[in-house]
Structures are given as C-alpha cells and as structure tokens.
Design a protein around this ligand. Structure first.
Ligand code: NDP
Length: 236
C-alpha cells in the first residue's frame, strides 16, 4: 500500500504536528487548509510533498483536491481530518450561522473527505482514517453545545463507517484531545483550566500526533476513540 496521507487542517496546530511526524516517517504528505499561503509555508517548513487550498465544507472542492493529490503524489491511502473550528457561547445567544458553520466544518467536512478518500482506498485495497474529535464530545461543556454535538457526531459517524468499510481493509478511528496548546485555545485561561486536569497542564500538538500515527499504523484497531487529555475525562 502506498503511503500517501492527506492532512486536512495541516497548516497549523494539531494537523501541522501530525504532518510533521508523518513526513519524518516517510509518508508522502499533502497539507490542506483554506489558506494556501499558510499551507504552502508549512509544507516547505516540514518538507511535505504538496500543499493545496481546500475548504472542507465544499464537496466539489474536496473532490477536486483529491484528484489533484492523486495526480501529483499518488492514491490517498491515509486520511487525517484535523480541520476544525469553535464558536463558543451559550446556545440562547448563538447565531444560526455559527451553529451551521461548526457543524459544517467539524462534521460535514470530514464526511465529505472520508467519502471521497474511500474511492482511492478501495482501489488500493486498504487504508486508514483518523478523525480528530474532542473530549468535550462525550463529556459535554457549557458554552460548547454545538461544538460538542459536532464532535460526538463525528464519533458516531466514524464507528459506523468503521463497520461499513472493515471488509475493504479500511480502518476508521478517532483521536479525542483535551486542552491542547494551539491557536484554538490561545485565549483560554490556562492556569485556571489546568487545575482541573490531572496532569496539571495543557497538552502539546506533538503529543496528539503520536496518538494519530499509532492509529494510522495499528492494523487491528478500528472504530476506536483514543483520548489524549492528560486525564481530564476522569474528572467528575
Ligand atoms: P487550529 O485552529 O490551530 O487549526 C485549525 C486548522 O483547521 C487550520 O489548519 C485551519 O486552516 C483548518 N481549517 C479551519 N476551517 C477549515 C475549513 N473550512 N476547511 C479546511 N480547513 C479548515 O486548531 P487545532 O489544531 O487546535 O485543532 C485541530 C482539531 O483538533 C480540530 O478539529 C479541533 O476541533 C480539534 N481539537 C482541538 C483541541 C485543542 O485544544 N486545540 C481540543 C480538542 C479537539 P485555515 O484556517 O487556513 O483553513
């Protein structure tokens, strides 16, 4: 099986750390994000093979992107969905556009990329997908009802898809991070929130990347949710 991996949301944060590790492991990596300049700069910095702009919410753009990856570096046999957004706030005050944007980027987007990637994977007689969920999905968090719904929706989707494609030698897993140092969490009060984390600190994107690589490379693991949260989910 070829080692071509598409990393959506690979321009920064967790996706970038995943792309970095996979390049080190000799994967051919395509870095995808809406901002081509950022994706290209990251690809150059990491020595990744390809950078393209793609809005994960647009099905046609996703299809075109996969065609371009196949043309440039080969059939996609590995897929990491790390694109994501949050629009935190109490539900009563959340605008409809913010509800829809979170559901479209965090849930519909990965559904598009998985659907298109499966064609390549079936043709290559195997593949592996890791979707990035969140510990907030199964724990819940006030002010994150929509984000949480999108992430737990992604778990249901991933488990069902895992059953659907297992016979094709394609595996689907989820990594559910807790609080990780990235742009997404830059405005949070780290000292305050860390008090509730058994390991007493936010995680680093690199620490999540190892969990992603583990699931990509574990041939007998599918339909699993691997939590990487410093013990946060253990708290009542
Ligand atoms: P960042 O904000 O650092 O990075 C988000 C990435 O997603 C960027 O590459 C961004 O690029 C891309 N992206 C956003 N919207 C789209 C879109 N519509 N189409 C394509 N790409 C898009 O986030 P993190 O690295 O922190 O998060 C990565 C994933 O991990 C997300 O799914 C997030 O929900 C999840 N997560 C993060 C946690 C954390 O504490 N950081 C905790 C739990 C889960 P661009 O803007 O150029 O499109």
């Amino acid at each position: 099986m070829s080692k071509v991996c598409a990393v959506f949301g690979g321009s920064r944060g967790i996706g970038k750390a995943v792309a970095k590790l996979l390049v080190q492991k000799d994967y051919k990596v395509a870095i995808l994000s809406r901002n081509l300049e950022a994706a290209s700069a990251t690809a150059e910095e990491l020595g990744a093979h390809l950078a393209l702009n793609c809005n994960i919410t647009k099905e046609q753009e996703v299809q075109n992107t996969f065609q371009e990856i196949v043309r440039s570096i080969g059939h996609v046999t590995y897929l990491v969905n790390a694109a994501g957004i949050n629009r935190d706030g109490l539900l009563m005050r959340t605008k409809t556009e913010d509800i829809l944007s979170q559901l479209s980027v965090n849930l519909i987007g990965p559904i598009h990329t998985c659907k298109v990637a499966l064609r390549s994977m079936v043709q290559q007689q195997g593949g592996a997908i890791v979707n990035i969920g969140s510990v907030v999905g199964h724990k819940g968090n006030a002010g994150q009802s929509i984000y949480s719904a999108s992430k737990e929706g992604l778990v249901g989707f991933s488990k069902s898809l895992a059953k659907e494609v297992a016979r094709k030698n394609i595996r689907v897993n989820v990594v559910a991070p807790g609080f990780i140092h990235t742009d997404m969490t830059s405005s949070l009060d780290k000292d305050l929130l860390s008090r509730n984390i058994p390991l007493s600190r936010f995680g680093e994107a690199e620490e999540v990347s190892h969990a992603v690589a583990f699931l990509l490379e574990s041939p007998y693991v599918t339909g699993h949710v691997l939590v990487v949260d410093g013990g946060l989910q253990l708290q009542i």
